[in-house]
Design a protein around this ligand. Structure first.
Ligand SMILES: Nc1nc2c(ncn2[C@@H]2O[C@H](COP(=O)(O)OP(=O)(O)OP(=O)(O)O)[C@@H](O)[C@H]2O)c(=O)[nH]1
Ligand SMILES: [Mg+2]
Length: 441
């Protein structure tokens, strides 16, 4: 996620760390590096200029220059400014005191509105809400089906418009709201049609829907891959129909970051979530502070730990941490680890949340895809408890027996053992130990 700008900003951090004093000269150099990094990431020029001015003013302050750690102070200033650029602090979804709260999702064609309706419904359902989905995309009959299928997949109810209702969309919307109210649904999540460009017809349609639905959240869904285009159309939507929040999608791709870094200051609206994959569970709460730290390479250990705590038994994690500290990490533990990783989602994503560099980057290079996780599990299942505790005893004939038992080739058994050893080695390294030390003994 945002690898390019992240690499560039980390280079600035590194540069500053190497400077014992902050002078106008090296500060000028750092500012130039920052400017290039942002412009390359397709951040709007105006936003870059403001950012630069703030950094300069704060960094050349006497208190910073005279401090014992001027470079660190400047790094902190950059981090704080970056956090502000991303929206300062986390913003939550609004709910209406008189349900149903209506969330209306708007945006250009293909931005991810329909998918995000599903992701959002899933997210609020997790918080014990009872969402209802409805599609106000009446142009394409397939649009209704798309959301209906998403609803079925998630087991979240979908309010299907009849042909008759489609002919009278305004009434249909009122009926959908009434239905939600009568059946205790909250929120009502409304999908809308997209267009290639902002046009008057679409704006009219959305304004009308808005006047009937009176949504507490009008959410602009923007494709982060389209950079400044997403920002420009967001401000048009903001001006012409009014927005309350933003969701950026496709941040899992190689988006350069321009949209994420400009959209908040250009529209004045907060980013509440980001889409990080096609699957319906790939929606993350957006934390400006964590994102800023992550971009600057300070590691999003917090959100990783949160994720881990949510889906793994803390006790098991503590036990694992203890074993890792004592370097007793056995194949049995490796097997448990694989199961946990499987629960947490694709490996590359989990590892992507960890601090950049060091053992983690190497770990993400371990060639373990999700299918392989299942094979690895099968192989470990075919080992005896003794073999799992003491993999050293697994010689050639044992390898053959394990391969036969698991129905996998011997080469894969070899590969697993090799990766296990590599993982063990990596886990001994200091950075991981540091993270583990945040777990109680
Ligand atoms: N990689 C990735 N793909 C996404 C994400 N969100 C949506 N997509 C994909 O983007 C494509 C378009 O998504 P839709 O939800 O149909 O977009 P839409 O805005 O409803 O499109 P229209 O209704 O045609 O305007 C689909 O292939 C989605 O799977 C995301 O966060 N990451
Ligand atoms: Mg759609």
């Amino acid at each position: 996620m945002l690898d390019q700008i992240s690499d560039r900003l980390q280079a600035v951090v590194k540069f500053l760390r190497g400077e014992a004093k902050i002078t106008e000269k090296n500060m000028g150099e750092a500012l130039k590096m920052l400017r290039m990094a942002f412009l390359e990431a397709d951040v709007s020029y105006k936003v870059v200029k403001e950012f630069e001015a703030h950094i300069k003013e704060k960094s050349l302050d006497e208190a910073v220059l005279d401090s014992l750690t001027p470079a660190q102070q400047v790094i902190k200033i950059v981090r704080d400014e970056l956090t502000d650029m991303l929206g300062h602090s986390q913003s939550k979804l609004e709910f209406s005191p008189a349900p149903p709260s209506v969330f209306m999702l708007v945006g250009l064609q293909g931005a991810g509105k329909t998918t995000t309706c599903g992701k959002l419904a899933r997210k609020v359902a997790e918080q014990k809400k009872a969402p209802l989905l409805v599609s106000f995309d009446l142009k394409r009959p397939a649009a209704q089906d798309q959301l209906k299928i998403i609803g079925q997949t998630l087991q979240i109810p979908f309010y299907e418009l009849s042909r008759d209702q489609m002919a009278h969309p305004q009434e249909a919307l009122r009926e959908a709201v009434d239905y939600a109210r009568e059946h205790g649904h909250d929120p009502l999540i409304v999908d809308t049609a997209g267009r290639l460009h902002v046009d008057e017809e679409l704006m009219e349609e959305l304004r009308l829907a808005r006047s009937i639905l009176n949504p507490v959240e009008t959410i602009y869904v923007g494709d982060a891959m389209t950079g400044q285009d997403a920002v420009r159309s967001a401000s048009e939507f903001a001006e012409r129909i009014g927005l309350t929040s933003i969701i950026l999608t496709k941040l899992d791709g190689d988006a350069r970051g321009g949209a994420a870094l400009s959209i908040v200051s250009v529209t004045g609206k907060p980013i509440k979530f980001v889409g990080v994959g096609e699957k319906l569970d790939r929606l993350e709460v957006f934390h400006p502070d964590r994102m800023a730290s992550r971009i600057m390479g300070m590691g999003d250990v917090l959100s990783l730990i949160e994720k881990a705590e949510k889906e793994t038994d803390l006790k098991e994690t503590e036990e694992l941490a203890r074993k890792l500290r004592k370097q007793e990490f056995s194949l049995e533990d490796f097997r448990k680890q694989l199961i946990q990783l499987k629960k947490m989602g694709p490996l590359s994503q989990v590892l992507g949340d960890l601090p950049v560099g060091g053992p983690f980057k190497q770990m993400s290079k371990l060639k373990v895809d999700d299918k392989k996780l299942a094979y690895f599990e099968a192989i470990i299942n075919s080992m005896t408890p003794r073999e799992r505790d003491n993999p050293k005893i697994i010689n050639g004939s044992r390898r053959q027996r394990i391969a036969r038992g698991s129905g996998r080739p011997v080469s894969e058994v070899n590969q697993l053992l090799k990766q296990y050893l590599e993982m063990r080695k990596l886990m001994k390294k200091s950075q991981f130990q540091k993270m583990l030390s945040s777990f109680p003994n």
